[in-house]
Write a protein that binds this ligand. Structure first.
Ligand code: G3P
Ligand code: CA
Length: 296
């Protein structure tokens, strides 16, 4: 990188690195392969999007349809979990990576590791590139040998009129995440994010212990002063907001809110976030960002 990250203010802890859809630059997004790699790469937290299947399962898929990230077609909401489980969510990434050759530094990028008919796939764990349920991701986090946080984004929640949040709270309850946090020094490892304030309110009404992140594509006049919807303590601005309004971070902090920024892939944006005292960056390349920050 051309420029190193600057030192942070001594009163603030290190900027947290959140793996966006897993280590999604190197591995197919929202698969176990991508999340395992993110944990190996030292990510502090994992980000995922969740959608409800036709038979009521929460699965980790970004787009409304599976067309881009699998060998299938159709809307997640119209497919059952068994339909999704028959699809390959890995091979598209090999094609996207375009047959580049990669060294030992990026073992997940070798041709033939994500899916398809490669002979060396016979002994591989088929689960690593099949559709990922939120339940399986929660198990991965629970089984990790260190604290790994999880930031779960509810996608287009109005479509299901509260069912996404209901199912989410029920699942988080089963894993023990809806109990009050043990201390402010060690907050809940799971948080919920959304562009919809209504979705966050639904989650918090049912589970007030779960921290909420209000995602923002634009800085609307209502929230320009750093305040957030009631009960929400973390702002989630896109990096473009910070480029245009760097003063926003200090305003949010003065209002008592944290700032988690997405999607921070460019080295200069990492520097900007570090200089502004951002609390967490959400990135497709957790390993590289950690190296830039002197953490890896
Ligand atoms: O982490 C927030 C970010 O993921 C929001 O945008 O489209 O990648 O879900 P998107
Ligand atoms: Ca997301």
């Amino acid at each position: 990188y051309a420029r190193p990250a600057q030192d942070r203010h001594p009163d603030r802890p290190a900027m947290s690195v959140v793996a966006h859809r897993g280590a999604s630059e190197d591995a197919p997004e929202h698969t176990l392969a991508a999340y395992r790699k993110a944990i190996e790469d030292g990510a502090d937290a994992l980000e995922c999007d969740v959608r409800l299947t036709a038979d009521g399962h929460l699965v980790c898929v970004h787009d409304r349809r599976v067309n881009r990230t699998s060998n299938g077609r159709g809307a997640v909401s119209a497919l059952e979990l068994a339909d999704l489980a028959s699809l390959d969510f890995g091979s598209w990434k090999e094609e996207a990576l375009g047959g580049e050759t990669f060294g030992a530094e990026a073992p997940y990028r070798r041709s033939g590791v994500f899916g398809g008919e490669a002979p060396d796939r016979q002994n591989e764990d088929p689960e690593r590139t099949s559709v990922l349920t939120l339940e399986r991701l929660l198990e991965l986090v629970a089984d990790a040998d260190r604290r790994v946080e999880l930031a779960i984004e509810t996608k287009h929640p109005t479509r299901w009129a509260g069912q996404v949040e209901e199912r989410l709270v029920e699942l988080l309850g089963r894993f023990g995440y809806t109990k009050p946090a043990m201390s402010t020094d060690r907050p809940s490892p799971v948080r919920v994010m959304s562009f919809s304030a209504r979705s966050l309110h639904r989650v918090r009404a049912a589970a007030p212990a779960i921290p909420a992140v209000y995602l923002m594509q634009f800085l609307t006049p209502r929230y320009r002063d750093g305040r957030l919807p009631a009960g929400v303590g973390i702002a989630g601005p896109g990096i473009r907001i910070l480029r245009a309004h760097p003063e926003y971070v200090a305003k949010a902090h003065r209002a008592g809110n944290q700032v988690h920024v997405w999607t921070v892939n460019e080295p200069d944006d990492v520097v900007l976030c570090q200089e502004l005292g951002v609390d967490a960056v959400i990135t497709n390349r957790p390993k590289q960002v950690r190296m830039q920050l002197g953490l890896g």
